[in-house]
Design a protein around this ligand. Structure first.
Ligand code: GLC
Length: 419
């Protein structure tokens, strides 16, 4: 094995192989169209927020289209918000009336999504918010929309947090019981310590109902994966013995997770491809987010970008799936990934120099090199021809001669066969 991960309680083998997933933030906040935190940012009360619940009508919802788009983009799993901070459940739970079945949607939206993605061969994950702005027993904290309202705080003193935790456990039990095999449980909003959530007990229940499931670290107990948010770590995460830790960066198109009509600062497909590559070169996955609209569609801005990412993935999936960090140091503006067997090395070029690429430490290690997008040879310059340009006798450095024109793909990849 070219790279080795530290063991975790769940099964992360498929996870570190698959590398790329779709995050979906969808709930009644899509009707506001200005961030899933709209209720908090605008300090809305329950009454003021009610209008989104009353007008959430996803008449165009077709989860098969979503699943096909994710698959076409090269994504292998998805994580959907079963409940976000606003507390509104996306499935027909028996534990509250604050669920989409009571909005104009009038039906369970989660079950058909799970089925559609599974049918396309993607693995299934649930994002579930511990934080809850709607539940009558959730305490008034600074992260509550009325958390700075004296009267609300006073009235909230009689709230019984333990009842909320019971409710939370009950919801998670339903999610782990009613939807078949679930591959990922992704908690968020863990503003209290693990003892408050009774996280150990919650996790034990999940593991009993869904053996092998991958669980993230946001219920305040380290489990299988750690989840940097809207950042790219500088280097791989490792334990004291140097073993890699499993991680997944979650990223957005424009900063918001929920549908945000007027946010225009969207990343290009090339930036998204680079983030994915950068993550894999450091041993991480990328969970890339879409925020479908109130009518239940993934908007054109997202579709066209994901299709472009998918076109890159179609040609370059080999340098992403099953790959991880390499022991070799990449040349300037490059990122290396390596397959698990360690006999293929992939050089991703974020710029396209003229006309040679110098790879220290790889001299005489590479038997053949080609561009991945079209399988055309990249010639290795023999040491005697480069001696004029390199310090005498530097056999340690591999020199590749690349075409003047950058190949017509977002990020060109040179596949190297190691001898
Ligand atoms: C944050 C936000 C949230 C989003 C999540 C995704 O913690 O509270 O809205 O769901 O990150 O990682």
């Amino acid at each position: 094995m070219a790279f080795e991960y530290k063991d975790t309680p769940g099964d992360t083998e498929w996870f570190v192989h698959d590398r790329f997933g779709m995050f979906i933030h969808w709930g009644v906040y899509a009707a506001a169209g200005r961030h899933e935190w709209v209720r908090m940012y605008e300090k809305m009360t329950d009454e003021q927020y009610q209008k989104y619940f009353d007008h959430f009508d996803p008449d165009l919802y077709d989860p098969t289209q979503w699943a096909k788009l994710a698959k076409q983009a090269g994504m292998k799993y998805f994580v959907i918000t079963s409940k976000h901070h606003d507390g509104c459940c996306l499935w027909d739970t028996q534990l509250t009336d604050w669920k989409v079945t009571n909005t104009p949607a009038g039906r369970d939206l989660l079950a058909p999504m799970v089925e559609a993605f599974r049918n396309e061969g993607l693995k299934v994950g649930f994002y579930h918010s511990l934080l809850d702005w709607h539940h009558p027993d959730y305490p008034a904290t600074s992260r509550h929309p009325q958390g700075d309202d004296e009267e609300f705080i006073k009235a909230a003193q009689s709230r019984d947090g333990s009842k909320y935790v019971e409710y939370l456990h009950g919801c998670v039990r339903e999610l782990m019981t009613n939807f078949g095999k679930i591959d990922i449980m992704w908690f968020d909003g863990g503003e209290h310590p693990a003892e408050v959530w009774r996280s150990e007990e919650l996790i034990a229940m999940i593991r009993e109902l869904q053996p092998g499931i991958v669980i993230n670290d946001r219920a305040q107990v380290p489990q299988d994966i750690t989840t940097p948010e809207q950042v790219q770590p500088a280097e791989p995460f490792r334990d004291e013995d140097g073993k890699l830790l499993v991680w997944e960066a979650c990223q957005t198109f424009s900063g918001s997770w929920g549908y945000y009509r007027d946010q225009l600062d969207w990343k290009t497909p090339e930036m998204i491809v680079r983030m994915l590559i950068d993550g894999v070169s450091k041993g991480g996955n990328m969970l890339f987010n879409v925020g479908p609209t109130g009518r239940g569609e993934i908007e054109p801005r997202a579709v066209e970008r994901l299709q472009a990412v998918g076109e890159w993935m179609r040609l370059h999936g080999r340098s992403i799936y099953g790959c991880g960090p390499s022991e070799f140091t990449p040349p300037a503006d490059g990122r290396f990934t390596q397959n698990a067997a360690g006999d293929r090395l992939y050089l991703h070029m974020f710029s396209w120099p003229f006309k040679h690429i110098y790879c220290p430490g790889l001299g005489e290690r590479v038997t053949y090199a080609q561009l991945l997008n079209d399988g055309s040879e990249i010639q290795i310059v023999p040491p005697e021809r480069v001696s004029r340009r390199l310090p005498e006798g530097d056999k340690e450095t591999l020199v590749l001669e690349i075409p003047v024109q950058k190949p017509p793909v977002a990020v060109p990849v040179i596949e190297m066969f190691l001898g």
